[in-house]
Design a protein around this ligand. Structure first.
Ligand SMILES: Cc1ncc(COP(=O)(O)O)c(C=O)c1O
Length: 426
C-alpha cells in the first residue's frame, strides 16, 4: 500500500487482502456473509494477543500492567471517538454488542417515560426496515406508556424523510432508525431525520451497525443523539460500542453499582467488558486510518483526516462492487429487494437481498456452500421487513454481503455458481 491511489479501480485490494490472515488461509472460500461479521486484519489480531500476553489483568490497579490496561481503554475511546467524529472520548461506551446497548438506552428512556419526566412526549417512531434489535427494544416500552408510529419503507426499497415528517410532532420522544439496512443495503438520509426530529424537540437514535464498515460515520454532521455500532462488523473482534452526547448520557437513567461514578461513560458500562477486544477495536480504527494514509501519504494529515480518506476510498471501491453485483444478479433474473436501479446506486452499500423465482433460498445457499461460497438465507432478523416484502419468516430470502476486501473476480465466480445452481434446481 505504498502508492497514492484514488480511483476505485485502483483500490489496492490485493495488498489489503494480504493483511487479513483469514483471507490468506481461506483457499477457494469466498466470504460473502460479511454483514453477519467481518474478518480481521493481522494488526487487530496482534493487538488482541498483545493484550492477553502482556497485560491481561484488571484495570484500576497501581502496578504497571494494570495502568497499561487503563491506558489501552483510554486510547481505544480516543480512536473510536475519531472514527465517528464524537465531541469527546468520554461519550464512547464499550460493551458486549449493539443489542444490549439499544436495550440499555430503551430501559433508560422507559424509566423517564414512566416517571413522566418527559410529560407528553410518549411517542417513539420506529421503522419496518430495521433489524429487530432496533424495533423490539423500543416496542418493549409499551408497558412504560410508550406509543409507536411506524415509518414504513416505500416500494422503491428505502425510507423517505417525506414520510417521516407527518409522524413527528411535539408528542415525539425519539426517532429510532437505521443508518443502512443490514438486510437490503439501503442508506437512509439520517441528517434529515435529525433535522425533522430536532425541529419537534425529539431525539434520534441511530443503528449504525450495518453502515459502519462501509462509509464515513460523522455524528456531528448527522447531528444525532445516540449511535450504536458492533465492532465485529468493523474488522474488530466481538464487542459493541455506544455513543451518546455527553449531556444526554448524563441524563439517561442507567443501572450503576454504588462504586461506579455517575458519569459517562462509566455509568453506561455495567461490569467488566472485554478489554482485549476493545484493544482490537482500537487497532481496527488504526487499520482504517492506514488505508487513508497509504492512499495519499501526507505528514500533515490528522488521524480523522486519514479516516475520512480511508473510508472515502472504501466507499468508492464498494460502489464499483455494488454495480458489478447488481449486474450479475439482474443477469441471473433475481428479484432484488431494495435499491435495484443503477442510477440510485449511491443509495446503497454492496449488501444484496434477493430471491430466484420460486427456488428455495435454503437450497441455493446450501449449494453455494458446497461451492465454497459463504452467503446466508432466512429472515435476516427482520420479521417486519419480511412481512413488508411478502416473504415468509421460514424461507425468507438470500443475502450476499460484501466489504472492501471482496473483489470483482469473487463476484464473477459467485455469478457463475449462481447460474450453475439455477440450472440444477430449475
Ligand atoms: C443493523 C443491525 N443492527 C443490530 C444488530 C445487532 O447487533 P449485535 O449482534 O451487536 O447485537 C445487527 C446484527 O447483525 C445489525 O445488522
Amino acid at each position: 500500500m505504498s502508492n497514492p491511489q484514488t480511483a476505485a479501480g485502483d483500490f489496492p485490494v490485493a495488498t489489503i487482502r494480504a493483511m487479513f490472515p483469514a483471507l490468506q488461509r481461506a483457499g477457494d472460500f469466498i466470504f460473502l456473509d460479511n454483514a453477519a461479521g467481518a474478518q480481521i486484519p493481522q494488526s487487530v489480531l496482534d493487538a488482541v494477543t498483545n493484550h492477553l500476553v502482556s497485560h491481561n489483568v484488571q484495570r484500576g490497579g497501581r502496578y504497571g500492567r494494570s495502568v497499561t490496561v487503563d491506558q489501552s481503554v483510554a486510547d481505544a475511546r480516543t480512536s473510536v471517538a475519531l472514527l465517528i467524529n464524537a465531541y469527546s472520548p468520554a461519550e464512547i461506551c464499550f460493551g458486549m454488542n449493539a443489542t444490549s446497548f439499544i436495550r440499555l438506552v430503551s430501559l433508560g428512556i422507559g424509566q423517564m417515560l414512566a416517571k413522566d419526566t418527559d410529560e407528553d412526549r410518549d411517542e417513539i417512531v420506529i421503522t419496518d426496515m430495521d433489524h429487530d434489535a432496533n424495533i423490539a427494544t423500543w416496542l418493549a416500552l409499551e408497558s412504560a406508556g410508550a406509543k409507536f408510529k411506524w415509518w414504513r419503507m416505500r416500494e422503491d426499497g428505502n425510507l423517505h424523510v417525506d414520510d417521516l415528517r407527518p409522524l413527528v410532532s411535539d408528542r415525539t420522544r425519539l426517532v429510532a432508525c437505521t443508518v443502512t439496512a443490514h438486510s437490503i443495503g439501503s442508506i437512509v438520509d439520517v441528517a434529515s431525520v435529525a433535522d425533522i426530529a430536532h425541529a419537534a424537540g425529539a431525539e434520534v437514535f441511530l443503528d449504525c451497525v450495518h453502515y459502519g464498515p462501509h462509509g464515513l460515520i460523522d455524528v456531528q454532521a448527522w447531528d444525532c443523539d445516540y449511535l450504536v455500532c458492533s465492532g465485529y462488523k468493523n474488522f474488530s473482534p466481538h464487542m459493541g460500542f455506544l455513543w451518546g452526547r455527553f449531556e444526554t448520557l448524563k441524563r439517561l437513567p442507567t443501572f450503576r453499582e454504588d462504586f461506579i461514578p455517575n458519569e459517562p461513560p462509566y455509568k453506561v458500562e455495567a461490569g467488566t467488558f472485554i478489554y482485549e477486544n476493545v484493544a482490537g477495536m482500537d487497532a481496527a480504527v488504526q487499520y482504517l486510518e492506514l488505508i487513508g494514509r497509504n492512499l495519499a501519504p501526507s505528514n500533515n494529515r490528522s488521524r480523522r483526516e486519514n479516516i475520512v480518506a480511508g473510508m472515502g476510498a472504501i466507499r468508492d471501491y464498494e460502489l464499483l462492487l455494488a454495480r458489478e453485483m447488481l449486474g450479475v444478479l439482474k443477469a441471473c433474473g433475481a428479484t432484488i429487494y431494495g435499491v435495484a436501479d443503477e442510477t440510485r446506486i449511491n443509495e446503497r452499500v454492496p449488501t444484496f437481498c434477493f430471491n430466484i423465482g420460486k427456488l428455495s433460498p435454503q437450497r441455493i445457499v446450501e449449494e453455494m456452500a458446497e461451492m465454497q461460497i459463504g452467503i446466508r438465507d432466512g429472515h435476516m432478523y427482520a420479521p417486519r421487513l419480511m412481512k413488508r416484502l411478502n416473504l415468509s419468516m421460514d424461507s425468507g430470502a438470500i443475502r450476499a454481503s460484501l466489504v472492501h476486501y471482496n473483489t470483482v473476480e469473487e463476484i464473477r465466480r459467485f455469478g457463475e455458481a449462481l447460474r450453475t445452481i439455477i440450472a440444477k434446481l430449475s
